[in-house]
Design a protein. Structure first.
Length: 517
């Protein structure tokens, strides 16, 4: 080996060592500090709600601090039909497929980025048939020469990551894959929560529609009775108009309920991955659900670990932090090592004989001297992106606390509301029972009995609505606390992918052109 080539090899070795021991540009990512607050409400939270003297959704609920959340939290409602709906949604909802594909894409991009840390090795072969004339060699015109040249070369290219820009790029892509991982969990959480709420609302609306239709039937009977009395001279026109107005007001409440029922049913079909023309969940009733009596209550410091949206926001901060390093590295000198070894001859027979070898080796260094501030502004933009991501993270944490606080308040108020609604229904039922006895004894007329029946049916509607709200807000608490994804295995194995080192695609992915195409 000549002195010059030895010096070049030494330079290449030095550059390689610098890449291995080089610094990593930009700041190292540090996870945001956990919140120091220990409560969600300004005053001490009552750990037990009120109860109502009713079997369905009437029991008191107790908050258990730091209790873990099961991955399949919806089974706490003890409804086989509800479980079946969620299992169907987990199998068929296309949003989950999209989230799995996004995670798979992010992981494959990570593996592709990791490959840039290693040298690139390529091979090439070339066969040329060349014709030239004597004028090109000084022999004179009139003579031509035809000869063939065959070459076979092995090429190596390597860009040493001296200042860590490539490593920061890998770190950024790894954080992006982590972001997609938690986006997947957020999709699962949103889907399961929406299915529970949609099923509960569907059952509640169905009960409200039935009670409203019964109320319309009673008011229609009352209008017919008043109309008969008016015809006989026993009632005034004002009595008839008053009863008509009451009936029309009640009838006006039915179409909005029917509209909500249709919308909720269509939403449930969409969540199940079905078209609106399909039918499912039509038999679910509130009476078939069980209200969870013990509810988990995570500390704020736990919540930031449990909420997928918070973890996604944290991953975005990590991405932005790594991108600062990428921008800083771009301002540093860039190294590139190239090498080639091969054979060249005028014929295949002499291609691999001694003396036909050819090789080259080189080290290149490039440094931007003037770019009108482009790289500097790109670094400042990366810093601004980090500040933006950090602010969005803090906003996401505050929103998570707000969701939990809202759910806790709602559960407490729902319990009070149901207790009041049950008391009103019981009072209306007692009044109706007394009115029926008085009517049988002739103490009141039939119209007074109808009024008592109407009051009772209106109380039933209010109670049914209060039951549905209590179930739905309980599901909202599980969603606000993260839904227990850490106790499930939501990621499909193929979504994780795996690094590869073979340079050709699988045989079944190689498609040769067909004749005529």
């Amino acid at each position: 080996m000549t002195r010059r080539s030895a010096n070049l090899v030494g330079a290449l070795a030095l550059a390689g060592s610098a890449a291995l021991m080089g610094c990593t540009a930009g700041p190292d990512f540090k996870r945001p500090d956990k919140p120091t607050t220990e409560a969600y409400t300004p005053e001490k939270l009552e750990l037990q709600t009120a109860s109502a003297p009713i079997v369905d959704a009437g029991g008191a609920q107790t908050f258990i601090e730091s209790r873990d959340i099961p991955g399949d939290w919806w089974i706490l409602f003890r409804s086989d039909e509800l479980n079946s709906l969620i299992h169907e949604a987990l199998k068929a909802n296309p949003d989950l497929d999209a989230a799995q594909a996004a995670l798979r894409q992010a992981n494959e991009m990570l593996y592709a980025q990791q490959a840039t840390l290693f040298p690139t090795l390529s091979a090439s072969a070339q066969v040329q048939q060349i014709q030239t004339n004597g004028a090109t060699t000084g022999i004179g015109t009139g003579q031509t020469f035809v000869f063939g040249v065959e070459t076979a070369t092995l090429n190596v290219a390597y860009a040493p990551d001296v200042f860590g820009g490539v490593r920061r790029s890998v770190e950024s892509q790894a954080a992006q894959a982590e972001f997609q991982r938690y986006q997947l969990e957020a999709t699962y959480l949103t889907l399961t929560s929406n299915v529970v709420v949609a099923a509960v609302n569907l059952a509640s609306l169905r009960g409200q529609v039935a009670a409203t239709e019964q109320l319309i039937h009673l008011q229609t009977d009352g209008l017919n009775l008043v109309q008969t009395q008016f015809n006989l001279g026993g009632a005034s026109q004002a009595d008839v108009l008053a009863q008509q107005a009451l009936l029309r007001q009640t009838e006006a409440t039915l179409p909005p309920l029917q509209k909500q029922l249709a919308v909720q049913r269509n939403q449930l079909m969409t969540l199940l991955g079905r078209p609106p023309s399909d039918d499912a969940g039509q038999g679910l009733e509130l009476a078939a659900l069980h209200l969870p009596e013990e509810l988990p209550l995570s500390l704020p410091s736990q919540l930031v670990e449990q909420r997928p949206d918070v973890r996604s926001a944290e991953a975005q901060v990590h991405v932005a932090s790594a991108n600062i390093g990428v921008a800083v590295s771009a301002q540093m000198p860039q190294f590139n090592i190239t090498g080639a070894f091969g054979f060249a001859s005028l014929g295949f027979a002499s291609l691999f004989v001694p003396g036909s070898q050819a090789w080259s080796m080189g080290l290149a260094l490039a440094q931007t001297l003037f770019d009108a501030g482009k790289l500097s502004h790109q670094k400042q933009a990366a810093v601004a992106a980090y500040d933006k991501a950090a602010a969005q993270y803090r906003s996401t944490v505050l929103s998570a606390f707000q969701d939990v606080a809202n759910a806790l308040r709602a559960i407490q108020i729902d319990a009070d509301g149901l207790r009041t609604a049950v008391a009103a229904e019981q009072t209306a039922a007692a009044s109706l029972n007394l009115s029926q006895q008085q009517y049988q004894l002739g103490a009141i007329n039939y119209l007074a009995l109808l009024v008592a029946q109407q009051v009772y049916q209106q109380a039933v509607i209010v109670r049914v609505k209060a039951q549905g709200v209590r179930y739905a807000d309980t599901a909202a608490l599980f969603q606000a606390l993260g839904g227990g994804w850490w106790n499930r295995s939501d990621v499909k194995p193929e979504s994780n992918g795996k690094p590869g080192n073979f340079w050709l695609p699988p045989v079944d992915e190689i498609h040769l052109p067909r004749a005529g195409h």
